[in-house]
Write a protein that binds this ligand. Sequence first.
Ligand code: SF4
Length: 326
Amino acid sequence: MMSFKKTTSRPGYTIPVGISGCLLGDEVRHDGGHRRSKLCLGTFSDFFEYRRFCPEVAAGFGTPRPTMRLVGDPGNPRLRLSDHSGEDLTDQVVSGFSGQLETWSHLDGYILMKNSPSCGMTGIKIYRENGYPLEQRGRGLFAEALLKKYPFLPVEEEGRLNDHVLRENFVMRVYVHYNFRHEVRRQPSYHNLLQFHSSYKYLLMAHNQQAYRELGQLLAVSGKEPLPELLDEYQFRFTKAVSKPAKRGSQSNAMQHILGYLSRTVSSEERLGILDVIAQYHRAEVNLATPLTLLNHYIQRAGNDYVRAQRYLEPYPAAMGLRNQV
Ligand code: SF4
């Protein structure tokens, strides 16, 4: 039986995450203000090491400055001043962030400010030449370039992170990205990829059973594919599989599978007790932390090395308290 090393919760262990500077309180907004985020400056700041950035300031604009907006073709909008001049600032803004963008291959996540024609990730208004908004919405210029350059990077808007389920999913993806970068990308090998996959077996199963099976099949025939292509293919499919929050039903299913590892080491009475708590979670009577704490207790006491190393049991530091909220 293979054993795996856990790297999720070391004291003093921080993860590099990019962030719109105004969310950390930098007075860089067009009106000279900021959008300080309690969440980003609170719990997250103990675990994330921020790389703050304002693409508009990087493009040489001061504060305060005139407002900007996206105009034209929704597939390729231009960034222009909102005033009557409509001056096109696209090239200036793109050249302001392009160099910086190249240096971020070490990031494991990015938190963007919403409603900005530069940083907004979703629902940004795009205007016609005549000044009326199109029905179709888009993405800020910087956000679009960031997602294009780093397609595997977990990126989320700060506003959406106020939703506990989306927040938990984002943080989990940040830690997946970190672990893949450190354990597979840094020393690429089939062996390291297999170890990574094995350690995430039940987390994958809790999110997407079909993707879990398909990734297993991909690895089973992996000897035929060149390693760099295989790593990209694997990370693409894994990232997609966990991009949506797991449902209570599939979480319960994954926990029941893990419980199978205890069938010979805990009494049937104890098993029934754990199953009962999993069922309570399934019925939304308790949060995810409740059955997992119980399961973890028994796994640490009576589980084998393989199941103890499953990252599903602790996909990010428990001190973040995220599983108490979903
Ligand atoms: S460009 Fe981005 S970082 Fe700068 S003020 Fe606007 S939203 Fe904040």
